[in-house]
Design a binder for this molecule. Structure first.
Ligand code: TTP
Ligand code: MN
Ligand code: MN
Ligand code: MN
Length: 360
């Protein structure tokens, strides 16, 4: 009589918003390989291919234990033939030749450098690459025309390349709390983005501003931006304001909150006088009417892949449209209200996933 101990097989739900994805996981080499190929595909404008690699990487991020071999890949959703080959190679050889080739290529390195500049997307980076530009120095020596945003991005490139740490994020929250306390008493300031998911650092800080009395938040963005300017803390800002007409025609993919993308002068707590006492950091400010706050919080907490999957799940599994303003039930023809993120998950018939487990 032979008894075999069967390993509990890895069960993975098809949508990332059905899964619990912590920040730390045992597959960083595998995830990095797939995410490099995802990034490289996006650099070539191949969105679908990029998404396929991102989906596969996201599945590996959520596995509750380390893979015991290639055989376990076959039971997992979202691992296409190409991803499977890459994973097999990394599992067996430690590296994947295709990934290493991409990482060493001039194309990948240049696209990565250019798209890292604030205000530069794939299309601009690609145009510069085709013009023969390869470095920030090349942009300068060729007199490349830059938008105001890109000029700021190049000017503060070195500072912005250093990730924002948790202490810096906290001091930005304090700064904005302090300002809003004067400008609009009882206004709320909520940290969203990667820091809310528990990341120790990020490329920026994302803050949602609101007020418990709906309507009182109107005008807050303008006065906050003016205040930051008066304190000489604004190195760059780009605000957009939603018009009343736009705000009422909701149900669109892009959100229409009053928002401001900034580069801030963050004053550093240094003792010496010879040390430069500030550095540039990216801060995103979004002003949200109170009734939409749970939706905005859910939408601005990320990860980007988690958000994409929530919306895909809502549409394809529930016939609902989810965005940062609300949740629309197409069968009932009504908007579903929510006073917390938990209620939104309930409306969608999903188990609640806390922010720290949305690192899909
Ligand atoms: P990001 O700040 O771009 O990403 P992040 O905070 O997850 O990562 P990092 O730590 O590197 O900053 O975006 C945060 C969330 O905000 C993301 O889930 C998408 C959402 N978002 C919008 O909903 N609308 C927008 O216009 C932008 C720029 C972001
Ligand atoms: Mn291929
Ligand atoms: Mn962020
Ligand atoms: Mn952001």
């Amino acid at each position: 009589q032979v008894t075999t101990t069967v390993e509990p097989s890895l069960q993975v739900a098809p949508y990332a918003c059905q899964r619990r994805t912590p920040l730390d996981h045992p597959h960083s080499a595998l995830v990095m390989a797939l995410e490099t190929l995802a990034e490289a595909a996006l650099f070539e404008g191949e969105e679908a291919r990029g998404l396929a690699f991102t989906r596969a990487a996201s599945v590996l991020r959520c596995l509750p234990r380390a893979l015991r071999g290639t055989h376990e890949l076959s039971g997992l959703p979202g691992i296409g033939a190409h991803s499977h080959r890459v994973l097999q190679e990394v599992l067996e050889d430690g590296v994947c030749v295709e990934v290493e080739t991409v990482k060493q290529s001039e194309r990948y390195q240049t696209m990565k450098l250019f798209t890292q500049i604030f205000g530069v997307g794939v299309r601009t980076a690609d145009r510069w690459y085709r013009e023969g530009l390869r470095s920030l120095g090349d942009l300068r020596s060729h007199g490349t025309r830059l938008t105001r945003e890109q000029q700021a991005g190049v000017q503060y490139f070195e500072d912005l390349a250093v990730p924002v740490g948790q202490a810096e994020a906290e001091s930005l929250v304090c700064l904005v709390l302090d300002a809003t306390a004067h400008l609009l008493p009882n206004a709320s300031v909520t940290l969203a983005g990667g820091f809310r998911r528990g990341k120790p650092c990020g490329h920026d800080v994302d803050l949602l501003l609101s007020h418990p009395e709906e309507g009182r938040e109107v005008g807050l963005l303008g006065s906050l931006v003016a205040w930051l300017g008066e304190q000489d803390l604004l190195l760059y800002q780009h605000s957009s304001y939603s018009t009343a007409a736009e705000a009422s025609s909701s149900c669109r993919a892009l959100d229409r909150f009053d928002r401001c993308f900034t580069i801030l002068r963050l004053v550093l707590p240094t003792a010496g006088t010879r040390v430069r006492a500030w550095r540039a950091v990216r801060l995103d400010l979004v002003v949200v009417p109170h009734s939409q706050l749970p939706f905005a919080l859910l939408g601005w907490t990320g990860s980007r892949h988690f958000e994409r999957e929530l919306r895909r799940f809502a549409r394809h599994e529930r016939e609902m449209v989810l965005n940062s303003h609300g949740l629309y039930d197409m069968r009932q023809g009504t908007f579903l209200l929510a006073s917390s993120e938990e209620e939104i998950f309930q409306h969608l018939g999903l188990d609640y996933i806390p922010p720290t487990l949305r690192n899909a």
